[in-house]
Design a binder for this molecule. Structure first.
Ligand code: ARG
Length: 617
């Protein structure tokens, strides 16, 4: 389906043509003076030069051809040469009806679906998740959903950090504590125990202890590095410990991500691609891409017009160990082999940008990916505390993700209990749903690349540009629709007589049926009755246009901005209009159809952001 701007632009193209001007000047945009008009066309200003004619005169010529247009209720030339446009309410209603009848709300799907991989999350196994990983998970999940919504074949890959020094540290610490375990007995040839020698709680303590100890003790550090080396080179016992760490850690990670409503299709990691490294290295050498520089194997990736120096991509350290560049390149080898993606999008802290510039250039230059494979780095900024410094606990430590979520949920619970409309159990459940929306919306409403301040008070507020405000608006619509559904049912039950309060239970089913009735065209959108309704209709009509921009620019924050606009226009409409007490049944049915569509648009948007709305709050 076309966007409203496209349809109006077509109408304007005809008028420009009919008036003797080139149709390319006809572009229409949303008005930046909503007090004067809804859409505007500035083409006459641009045409003035080409036609050596005052823009106002051109605008007047064009407008003369719009007077009996099917879409404009107002087409007016204003000085110095703008064309102000207002749409006919019935034209907008027809557009919305078409949108309501479309499963995709008017969004055009990719004609040839692209295969896209989103590399996000990126937690490091055995290290606790901290707020730094939160942004990757939240933004990545939304990006994945947006790409999918446009009809692409999308795979989300967590890309675990599971092959580094932290593993050597844990092995070393474990050996220090329990040297009698068979993993450390070089002569052991039997089967290793299937049960891990530690719990997740112990594991979470072992890593920081070992890490701190290694910083103070050179010998211990050497041991841990060597253990890492042995692990990477196939030490049987260490590999068995590694398996235990993975099993326990991944189970814990899954729980954490589930709480965030974040779901990965692939749980691959750095360790999975080790097998591609030897071949890849050989090829890079044989084909003359890699050379030795001070003992290390590198590929030059600098380009003539680099403003800043781009150092070579490091393939192997002088001791032969693989590095971060190496695993990311080998991961691309695997991705090409198994999935042949058209695009890989990396959602990673923007401080890693240089690493990705190196990896992307190296992968392209050496043919690890095809020339047409798009590699996209979506770098995000830092989440700061109110003091403007990276977010910390009150005591100044690194904020654990679980703790942060708990803090938000507690705050939400307090607020919901203050309102006292639901019982304690439901309040807890609702607090979790709304809390997650508070966190995600708080994050996603900022442009990803920017740093932002994580402000618990502001994010959990029911007012302003917040997740809870959006959910509150959705819940309000749900409640009106449920009431309408109940009264309709009661009416049917009583043989057509309207009845105000009736069956409490069945209202929900009746309300969800409403959506089907609007989609089937049985409950119709009607021309707006007042300016507030029209404003809401115009906002809702912008949906497909907004989605296209969000998709093009990979910009979830634009969904948030849109949600806030729709919520505000809806709430104004709600305050200015008697909906359920409207006595003209047709008018009322028109309002209901608009509410059903508004709800669909809002819930689709929050789904793309990765959260849900409760039934009540
Ligand atoms: N594990 C890394 C970190 O915590 C992030 C991984 C990002 N993804 C990638 N393909 N390098 O910094």
């Amino acid at each position: 389906m076309n966007t409203l701007s496209e349809l109006i632009t077509k109408e304007m193209e005809q008028a420009f043509g009919a008036a003797g001007y080139d149709a390319s000047y006809a572009k229409v945009t949303l008005s930046n003076r909503p007090d004067l008009c809804e859409y505007q066309c500035n083409g006459a200003m641009a045409a003035a030069k080409a036609y050596h004619k005052a823009p106002f005169l051109i605008a007047e010529d064009v407008v003369a051809h719009l007077q009996d247009s099917a879409c404009f209720s107002l087409a007016e030339a204003v000085k110095p040469g703008f064309i102000n446009l207002k749409l006919k309410p019935e034209y907008v209603a027809a557009f919305l009806q078409q949108m309501a009848e479309d499963e995709h709300l008017g969004v055009e799907l990719e004609k040839i679906p692209r295969t896209i991989m989103v590399d996000y999350g990126g937690p490091n196994v055995a290290k606790p998740l901290h707020v730094g990983h939160l942004r990757s998970a939240i933004i990545g999940e939304s990006v994945k959903r947006i790409m999918r919504y446009k009809g692409n074949q999308v795979t989300g890959d967590i890309h675990l950090g599971d092959w580094g020094y932290q593993m050597g540290l844990i092995i070393t610490e474990l050996e220090k504590r329990k040297p009698q375990l068979p993993y450390f007995d070089e002569g052991f040839t039997g089967e290793y125990p299937s049960e891990a020698p530690f719990t997740i709680g112990e594991l979470e303590e072992i890593y920081p202890t070992a890490s701190a100890y290694a910083k103070e003790h050179e010998e211990y550090r050497e041991k841990a590095l060597h253990a890492t080396y042995l692990l990477q080179n196939g030490h049987r016992g260490y590999r068995a410990v590694w398996n235990h760490i993975m099993q326990i850690s991944v189970a814990d990670l899954k729980k954490n991500y589930q709480n965030l409503n974040v779901e990965f299709d692939l749980w691959k990691g750095e360790a999975d691609v080790q097998k591609y490294i030897p071949d890849m290295v050989r090829k890079l050498k044989d084909e003359g891409f890699a050379h030795y520089d001070e003992g290390a194997l590198v590929v030059d990736v600098c380009e003539a017009d680099d403003k800043k120096e781009v150092p070579p991509c490091m393939i192997l350290k002088s001791d032969g160990a693989a590095l971060y560049d190496t695993t990311d390149l080998a991961t691309l080898v695997e991705r090409e082999k198994l999935y042949r993606p058209n695009e890989v999008i990396y959602v990673v802290d923007k401080r890693q940008e240089l690493h990705f510039v190196q990896v992307f250039r190296c992968a392209k230059k050496t043919g690890i990916v095809r020339p047409e494979t798009k590699l996209t780095f979506l770098g995000f900024g830092t989440m700061n505390g109110k003091d403007g410094k990276p977010f910390k606990t009150r005591e100044g430590g690194v904020m654990r993700l679980e703790k942060l979520i708990q803090e938000i949920d507690d705050e939400m619970y307090k607020k919901i209990m203050d309102n006292r409309t639901v019982g304690e159990e439901e309040a807890k459940e609702t607090a979790r749903t709304v809390g997650l929306a508070a966190i995600k919306y708080g994050d996603l409403s900022n442009q990803a690349a920017k740093d932002y301040v994580f402000d618990v008070d502001r994010f959990t507020s029911f007012e302003g540009n917040t997740g809870p405000y959006i959910l509150y608006t959705i819940v309000r619509i749900k409640s009106i629709l449920a009431k309408y559904g109940r009264s309709e049912e009661a009416k049917l039950a009583r043989g057509g007589e309207p009845e105000d309060d009736g069956l409490t239970r069945c209202g929900e089913t009746a309300a969800s049926d409403l959506s089907g009735r609007v989609q089937a065209g049985d409950l119709h959108l009607r021309a707006a009755e007042n300016e507030f309704e029209k404003a809401l209709m115009l906002e809702v009509a912008r949906f497909n246009e907004m989605i296209d921009v969000v998709y093009e620019e990979i910009a979830p924050h634009k969904i948030c901005a849109y949600l806030y606009d729709v919520a505000n226009t809806f709430n104004k409409f709600y305050h200015e209009t008697k909906i359920l007490s409207e006595t003209d049944e047709e008018k009322k049915a028109g309002y209901i159809a608009l509410l059903v569509l508004t709800k669909r648009v809002l819930t689709t948007c929050i789904d793309l952001l990765g959260f849900e709305a409760p039934e009540r709050m």
